[in-house]
Ligand binder design. Structure first.
Ligand code: HDE
Length: 699
C-alpha cells in the first residue's frame, strides 16, 4: 500500500507509477532539460491521443534518451576498475633541504588529494578481488599545480622498457580469439609471455604472493616504483623512491577467500572503502621516502633506473615525511572516479624524472590515453582534473572548451599589454617555472642512437630470490601454491616447463614444490644473462608476521551470527566491546528482519546469513542458544559460514551452545577458537597461520 507514495491514473502529468504525493516544484528542486526548460511530466512521453503514436516533437523524451545513449565512454585500457576517495596530504617536516616543491616546504600544511585504487587486468565491471596488482594513484592539488604520483601496490614492474607494455597487457587480458578469461592471469597467453621474459620474474614473485589478494584497499602499501628526483632551491638533485604505508596495517586474504568474495560481493573493496569513510574511520597512509645520491646508487649491485628492482629498507631506511587521510567519498562515481585523469608527467618544480626507460615511456602514454578516453584535449578542465591554482596560457579552443579566455592575444610574444586597455596575457617565469634538472645523461650529446638494454639491467633473478626467501614460510607456501594454481590453468605443457626452468634460477626448492604441485618433472635452469646473487634477505617484505601486520582490530569488521533464542544482552555487550576497540560489528541472522532473542525482544540484523558469508568479515562470533544452534545445523549457509571462517584462519568466538555447529563445520580447537570475552577481541585481530596445514594442502 502506498504511504507517502501514491498511484495516479489519467492525463496531465498523472501516471500508473507510484510517485511522491508532494515533490519539489520550485526553484532549485525543479526538474529541467539540459537547456534549463522545466519539465512538467517525467513519467509519460508525448503521444498523439491516449493510445496513439509518440510524437517526434517530444524534445524532453529525445534529449533524455539521446543523453542516455552516450553515457558510456571508453574505459581505461588497463586499471579500468577503480574506486577512489578525496582527502588531504599533511606534511610532518619541511623537506626544503631536498626539494623546492611547495607542497614539501611547511610542516603541518595540508594539500588536497584525490586517490584512485584499481585492479589492472579486468574491465570496469569486473570484480574487486581477482589475483591482480592494485593501482595506487594520488593526485595532489598543490599550489604550484597538480602532482600525480601514479603508483602500484607492488614496488617493481614486469618489464624494463616501455616498448614491451602493449605486449604485456595483451598477454594478460582476455585472449584475442576467445574473449576470456576476464580479470585473471591464470591462462596460456599470460604465462607464455612471462616465461619468455626473464625480466618479469621478480614481479611474478610479488604477483603470486599474497600482495595481489589484499583484504582491503585500506590495507595495501603503495609504491612510486621508479626512481624519481627531488631538486632543491640550490639546484641539487637527490634520487627518491616513494612509499605509502597504511596505518591500518598490511593485510591480505587467503586465495580461497578471495575467490569466494568474488561471488559473495563483487564490490567488496569498493564497499569497504565507502563504508569506512561513511562511518568516519578514515583510511590513512604515511608517505615514506628513500633518498640517496649517485654514490649510493653506484654502490648497489643493480641499476636504480631498472624498475624491476627494489632497494630493501634494511639497506636504505624509509623516512616518513607526511600522511594522507582519505575522508570524503566522491559525490558522483562517473564525474570523479571515472573521469579523473592521472599522468606521471604531472610534476611541480622540485620533483623530476630519471632516465628509467619505463617511466620515460609512461610520460608519453598517459596524456595520450586521456584524449581517447575523455574525448577532448580539454579534459584537464573537468572539475576533478582541474588544478586548484590559476591556469593561464595561450592554448585555445578544442572540443568542449569550458573556459572563456579574455583579450585579443592568443599568441606570445605579444606587446598588447603595453597598449591601453589590452590584455597581453601570461608570461614565462625563469625563476619559478619548471626547469628540468640538467643531468649529465640528459646533456650527453656524444652517445650513439641505440636500441639496447644496458648490461646493468641484466640480473633478472637475484631480487626474485631475495623476495621469495625473505617471506614467512606461510607466505612462501601461498606463493608456491599460486604458481601451481596458475600454471595448472595453462594448457600448453611447454609453457609450464619453460616457466619452471626460470623458477629454478629463483630457488631450486621453489621450482621443486611447483613441479610437485603440477606433477611434472622440473627441467634444468634456464640460461641467465648475469650470475644470480644471494643478497641479504629483507624480512620487512613480509606480510605474515611482518613489521606492518595489523596488531589490533581497529577498522576490522566482526560478524556476529545470531538466531532465534540468542541472548540479546550478550549481543549488546559484544557489540559494545567491538565498538570500544574501534572495530565494526555486523549482526548476521537467518532473516534480515532480525531474530527473536531469548527474552522475546527482537535483535536487529545488519545482514542476512545467505547474503553475508563469513568471507565478508574479519572474524566471527557465534552467539547462539541450544535451540538456535539446532536450527542452524540444518542450514548449509550457517555451516559454511563457520567452515570458511575456520578455513580462512580467522578467529571464532562462540557460546558453549554453538558447539554442535562448530563440530558440524569441522572446527578443531586451537588458539583461534575462543569464548566471547576479551580473548575474542584480541584474537579477532589475527589470522592463525599455524592452522593452515590442517585445512589445506599447499605446495
Ligand atoms: Fe600505467 N597506464 N602504464 N603503470 N597506470 C595507465 O592511463 C602505461 C605502469 C598505473 O587510476 C593508463 O589513464 C604504460 C607502471 C596506474 O586512473 C595508460 C606503462 C605503473 C594507472 C597507462 C605503464 C603504472 C595506470 C590506462 C609502461 C606503476 C591507473 C588508463 C611504460 C608505477 C590510474 C590511463 C587511474 C593507467 C600506460 C606502466 C600505474 C594506458 C605505457 C610501472 C595506477 O596510459
Amino acid at each position: 500500500m502506498a504511504s507517502e507514495f501514491t498511484a495516479k491514473i489519467g492525463n496531465g502529468g498523472e501516471t500508473h507509477q507510484q510517485v511522491p504525493e508532494t515533490g519539489p516544484h520550485d526553484g532549485e528542486g525543479h526538474l529541467t532539460t539540459n537547456q534549463g526548460i522545466r519539465v512538467s511530466d517525467n513519467q509519460n512521453q508525448l503521444k498523439s491521443g491516449e493510445r496513439g503514436p509518440v510524437l517526434l516533437e517530444d524534445f524532453v523524451l529525445r534529449e533524455k534518451i539521446f543523453h542516455f545513449d552516450h553515457e558510456r565512454i571508453p574505459e581505461r585500457i588497463v586499471h579500468a576498475r577503480g574506486s577512489a576517495a578525496h582527502g588531504f596530504f599533511e606534511l610532518f617536516e619541511s623537506l626544503s633541504d631536498l626539494t623546492k616543491a611547495d607542497i614539501f616546504q611547511r610542516a603541518g600544511e595540508k594539500t588536497p588529494v584525490f586517490t584512485r585504487f584499481s585492479t589492472v587486468a579486468g574491465g570496469a565491471g569486473s570484480v574487486d578481488t581477482p589475483r591482480d596488482v592494485r593501482g595506487f594513484a594520488v593526485k595532489f592539488y598543490t599550489k604550484e599545480g597538480n602532482w600525480d604520483l601514479v603508483g602500484n601496490n607492488i614496488p617493481v614492474f614486469f618489464i624494463q622498457d616501455a616498448i614491451k607494455f602493449p605486449d604485456l597487457v595483451h598477454a594478460v587480458k582476455m585472449e584475442a580469439d576467445r574473449g576470456y578469461p576476464q580479470a585473471a592471469s591464470a591462462h596460456d597467453t599470460f604465462w607464455d609471455f612471462i616465461s619468455l621474459m626473464p625480466e618479469s620474474t621478480h614481479m611474478i614473485m610479488w604477483a603470486m604472493s599474497d600482495r595481489t589478494i589484499p583484504r582491503s584497499l585500506r590495507t595495501i602499501e603503495g609504491f612510486g616504483v621508479h626512481t624519481f628526483r627531488m631538486v632543491n632551491a640550490a639546484g641539487k638533485s637527490t634520487f627518491v623512491k616513494f612509499h605509502w604505508k597504511p596505518k591500518q596495517g598490511v593485510a591480505s586474504t587467503v586465495w580461497d577467500e578471495a575467490v569466494k568474495l568474488a561471488g559473495a560481493d563483487p564490490d567488496f573493496h569498493r564497499r569497504d572503502l565507502f563504508e569506512a569513510i561513511q562511518r568516519g574511520d578514515f583510511p590513512e597512509w604515511e608517505l615514506g621516502l628513500q633518498t640517496f645520491d649517485q654514490a649510493f646508487a653506484d654502490s648497489l649491485p643493480f641499476d636504480v633506473l631498472d624498475p624491476t628492482k627494489i632497494i630493501p629498507e634494511e639497506v636504505l631506511p624509509i623516512r616518513i615525511v607526511g600522511r594522507m587521510v582519505l575522508d570524503r567519498y566522491p559525490d558522483n562515481f562517473f564525474a570523479e572516479t571515472e573521469q579523473v585523469a592521472f599522468c606521471p608527467a604531472n610534476v611541480p618544480p622540485g620533483i623530476d624524472f630519471t632516465n628509467d626507460p619505463l617511466l620515460q615511456g609512461r610520460l608519453f602514454s598517459y596524456l595520450d590515453t586521456q584524449k581517447s578516453r575523455l574525448g577532448t584535449a580539454n579534459f584537464h578542465q573537468l572539475p576533478i582534473n582541474a588544478p586548484k591554482c590559476p591556469v593561464m596560457n595561450f592554448q585555445r579552443d578544442g572540443q568542449m572548451q569550458m573556459a572563456i579566455p579574455k583579450g585579443r592575444a592568443n599568441y606570445e610574444p605579444n606587446s598588447l599589454s603595453e597598449t591601453a586597455g589590452e590584455i597581453g596575457g601570461p608570461r614565462e617565469c625563469p625563476m619559478t617555472g619548471f626547469t628540468t634538472f640538467p643531468s649529465a645523461e640528459a646533456a650527453n650529446e656524444q652517445g650513439d642512437k641505440l636500441r639496447i638494454r644496458p648490461e646493468s639491467f641484466a640480473d633478472h633473478y637475484s631480487q626474485a630470490r631475495l623476495f621469495f626467501r625473505s617471506l614467512d614460510p606461510a607466505e612462501q607456501a601461498h606463493l608456491a601454491s599460486a604458481l601451481v594454481f596458475e600454471l595448472s590453468k595453462v594448457g600448453i605443457e611447454a609453457v609450464r616447463t619453460r616457466m619452471m626452468s626460470n623458477l629454478v634460477n629463483v630457488d631450486p626448492e621453489l621450482a621443486a614444490r611447483v613441479g610437485d604441485g603440477l606433477n611434472m618433472p622440473v627441467p634444468k635452469a634456464s640460461k641467465t644473462a648475469a650470475p644470480v646473487l644471494d643478497l641479504d634477505l629483507s624480512p620487512a617484505l613480509r606480510i605474515v608476521n611482518g613489521p606492518r601486520a595489523p596488531s589490533d582490530i581497529k577498522g576490522h569488521v566482526i560478524g556476529i551470527l545470531i538466531a532465534d533464542g540468542s541472548d540479546a544482552k550478550a549481543v549488546d555487550a559484544l557489540k559494545a566491546a567491538i565498538a570500544k576497540a574501534g572495530a565494526v560489528a555486523k549482526v548476521i541472522a537467518p532473516k534480515i528482519g532480525g531474530a527473536k532473542g531469548a527474552d522475546g525482544t527482537l535483535i536487529p540484523a545488519d545482514g542476512q546469513l545467505a547474503g553475508t558469508p563469513s568471507v565478508t568479515v574479519d572474524a566471527i562470533a557465534l552467539v547462539l542458544s541450544d535451540t538456535g544452534c539446532a536450527a542452524l545445523l540444518k542450514e548449509a549457509a550457517a555451516v559454511q559460514f563457520v567452515m570458511d571462517a575456520f578455513g580462512h584462519l580467522k578467529a571464532i568466538g562462540a557460546t558453549d551452545a554453538a558447539k554442535p555447529l562448530l563440530d558440524k563445520a569441522g572446527v578443531e580447537p586451537d588458539e583461534g577458537l575462543v569464548g566471547l570475552g576479551d580473548d575474542f577481541i584480541a584474537a579477532a585481530a589475527l589470522r592463525f597461520w599455524d592452522r593452515e596445514p590442517k585445512v589445506r594442502m599447499l605446495a
